[in-house]
Ligand binder design. Structure first.
Ligand SMILES: Nc1ncnc2c1ncn2[C@@H]1O[C@H](COP(=O)(O)OP(=O)(O)O)[C@@H](O)[C@H]1O
Ligand SMILES: [Mg+2]
Length: 228
């Protein structure tokens, strides 16, 4: 039996606007296990990014509980949150993923550099991962010298090197052609084999249907839907 990595109970998120409050979701309950690949789907503006931000500890719920790797977020100090994020969570966005002043290889090394790990070993690891994501010949390039697909590969390589248990991806293939999207998705399958949990927001039905299951957000509700 796989372990539970993420436990969400009674989660609610609302935003106050000048014309009243909108509730993106309420009473959301789910347990997500290690090694699960979950697609987050729903129309634009339904709350996919907002949910990912909550899980990345970048925002706070209106009410409810989030437990990541047995730690209840509400009980953590800011420093403990930073540590949990650094050790347990990787985030991949649609774009603007990379630090523009650093080369591909330096971007990939970054999570381990921040953790203070040995530079030489980190570099060796980064080059190996660069091979895995098939952009070995781009190691010295800066982000603006890379295509969208290459940038996403670097972002995923950075998640791979960090070896975090939870990987959150917000429309990671949104700007990519279908062939490249599929290649990026195959890296998610690799991560799943390594028992990582991946939650990715997408508008791509075909990729969503390849997940273990879907979370469908709309009209203030999140429903679990089995993928085909
Ligand atoms: N910081 C914020 N303050 C107020 N409203 C917000 C904020 N962030 C998001 N929203 C609103 O929440 C809704 C959901 O946004 P979002 O989570 O980005 O949706 P999605 O990622 O599914 O397109 C939108 O109507 C958006 O305007
Ligand atoms: Mg979004």
């Amino acid at each position: 039996m796989s372990k539970i990595l993420l436990e969400i109970s009674n989660l609610k998120k609302s935003f106050e606007h000048s014309r009243g409050s909108i509730t993106l979701f309420a009473n959301f309950n789910i347990k997500i296990k290690e090694g699960e690949l979950v697609a987050l789907v729903g129309p634009s503006g339904s709350g996919k990014s907002s949910l990912l931000h909550l899980l990345a500890l970048l925002d706070e719920p209106s009410s409810g509980k989030i437990i990541i790797n047995n730690k209840e977020i509400k009980n953590l100090t800011d420093i403990q949150k930073d540590n949990l994020r650094r050790e347990t969570v990787s985030i991949i966005f649609q774009d603007n993923n990379l630090l523009t002043d650093f080369t591909a290889i330096e971007n990939i090394m970054m999570p381990l550099v921040i953790r203070g790990e040995d530079k030489k070993k980190t570099k060796e690891k980064a080059y190996k991962i660069l091979k895995d994501v098939q952009i070995f010949n781009r190691s010295g390039h800066f982000p603006n010298e890379l295509s969208g697909g290459e940038q996403q590969r670097v972002a995923i390589a950075r998640a791979l090197i960090a070896e975090t248990k939870l990987i959150l991806a917000d429309e990671p293939t949104g700007n990519l052609d279908f062939k490249t999207s599929k290649e990026i998705f195959s890296l998610f399958l690799k991560l799943k084999k390594l028992k990582k949990t991946i939650i990715f927001a997408t508008h791509n039905r075909e990729l969503a249907n390849k997940a273990d299951y879907k979370l469908f957000i709309s009209d203030g509700n999140i429903k679990r839907v089995n993928a085909r």
